[in-house]
Design a protein around this ligand. Structure first.
Ligand SMILES: *Cc1c(COP(=O)(O)O)cnc(C)c1O
Length: 422
């Protein structure tokens, strides 16, 4: 058996489909975000990152880096074990209290990542519910899909944000059966938002449990950064709120907040929580500092919303095909996997701009795009430079730009997600 050849041909298949991923090797510069040094194998050069999920630049915030440095100085670098075996550090418990308070829930549980939190929590909750039916939005993140799969429960996928569809599935399941609705608040590839209130209403009517992924919204929305559900006054109507410490909070780790009963059950039954080393104390202290800061300060959120809106306006005015987005995400449609990758390469090589291409399977084929995430640190001059660079790349690749006067609305959502799901 020629083992290596099997792996090589698996990778070749991805290359043939233009789905092979190449990573850019970057060196972030604390204090100068979003600037970074790009190591391209030959030399190194300073560039601007336009696709970071460190949405508010909290990864370099003084409160956050001080908390990490000080805690490492006092407690050392590692956690020393799993939560069961000597890993439950004081800063980790404090972080869980901070998170429960953020979402006004009884309890919180921290995991190694947002991915693990979804996989472990969804699979465990659905496994503990007798004969559970999971109702899952078509565009849910891979980590949620993994949780649904691992639960072994029956699942039904509803068309993205389609409440009639969801209601029909709930009705069909009947009121006696245990049902878990899993969905997101901000869908990060399109920047649209789930109809949270309507989902809660349906859950009440048909007696379902609700599980929301607020990964792209925590820190970003709501007066204290509790997410879209906080902004809309709905946190108390959702059974489980899941989030990450790695995006707007700028560090690493994932969590759920819920009732004492749900959190205790997941803590007690989820292998992905039990059999892995706890987050180190320095990281926990840094995350707590970040959450506390964003509970009290809206300046970062406001700056981010302002620069995201400005980016959309400036790119649209230049005729670039900005896809409709209700949030801070600015997707620009390329609609061709090869050109999408090429656009990303040209931006980096010629214009010192890093934007990762987003191709299938992350988004449907034909909707390949550049996903731009402005932060409060992307000032007006950087936005201008981005616009000029994108226009130059669009012209070089023969991509269509609309003149603002005759500008058609960019492709509408229904066209982008045709009869998928179901
Ligand atoms: C990034 C992401 C996650 C995973 O969070 P990590 O902390 O990066 O593991 C979960 N859900 C969604 C929607 C995400 O985009």
């Amino acid at each position: 058996m020629k083992y290596n050849e099997i792996f090589e041909s698996a990778v070749d298949a991805l290359k043939d489909e233009k789905r092979y991923r190449v990573f850019a090797e970057l060196e972030r510069i604390a204090g100068r975000f979003p600037r970074a040094i790009w190591h391209n194998g030959v030399d190194q050069r300073e560039i601007t990152v336009w696709c970071s999920n460190d949405y508010l630049g909290m990864g370099q915030h003084g409160h956050v880096t001080d908390a990490m440095r000080n805690t490492v100085g006092r407690m050392g670098a590692g956690a020393g074990g799993t939560r069961n075996i000597s890993g439950t550090n004081h800063p980790l418990v404090a972080l869980e209290h901070e998170l429960a308070d953020l979402h006004h829930k009884e309890a919180a549980l921290v995991f190694t990542s947002g991915f693990v939190s979804n996989e472990a929590a969804i699979s465990t909750i659905a496994r503990l519910l007798p004969d559970c039916l999971i109702l899952s939005d078509q565009l849910n993140h891979a980590s949620m899909i993994e949780g649904v799969r691992r639960s072994g429960a029956q699942k039904k996928i509803f068309r993205h944000n389609d409440m009639d569809y969801l209601e029909a599935l709930l009705k069909e399941a009947g009121s006696e059966r245990a049902k878990l609705i899993v969905f997101e608040s901000v869908y990060s590839m399109d920047g649209d938002v789930g109809p949270i209130e309507r989902i809660c209403d349906l859950a009440d009517t048909y007696g379902a449990m609700t599980y929301i992924d607020e990964v792209h919204a925590v820190g970003m929305y709501g007066p204290r950064g509790g997410g879209i559900a906080e902004r809309e006054g709905l946190m108390d109507r959702i059974d489980v709120i899941e989030g990450t410490l790695a995006k707007a909070f700028g560090v690493l780790g994932g969590y759920i907040t819920s009732s004492e009963a749900v959190v205790d059950a997941v803590r007690s039954y989820a292998p992905g929580f039990i059999f892995t080393t706890a987050l180190p104390p320095g990281l926990c202290a840094a995350a707590t500092a970040s959450i506390r800061h964003l509970k009290a300060s809206s300046a970062e959120r406001e700056g981010q919303q302002r620069q995201a809106q400005r980016t959309k306006d400036v790119l649209k005015a230049a005729g670039l095909p900005v896809m409709p987005s209700e949030t801070h995400i600015v997707p620009v449609l390329v609609a061709d996997p090869e050109k999408c990758k090429r656009a990303s390469d040209l931006l980096l090589e010629k214009h010192d701009i890093y934007i990762q291409p987003i191709n299938y399977p992350t988004v449907p084929r034909g909707t390949e795009r550049l996903r731009i995430t402005p932060t409060p640190f992307h000032d007006d001059a950087l936005i201008e430079h981005l616009k000029d660079s994108l226009c130059a790349v669009w012209d070089e690749l023969g991509l269509v730009r609309e003149t603002p006067a005759s500008a058609q609305p960019t492709r509408r959502k229904m066209e982008i997600f045709p009869a998928a799901g179901g």
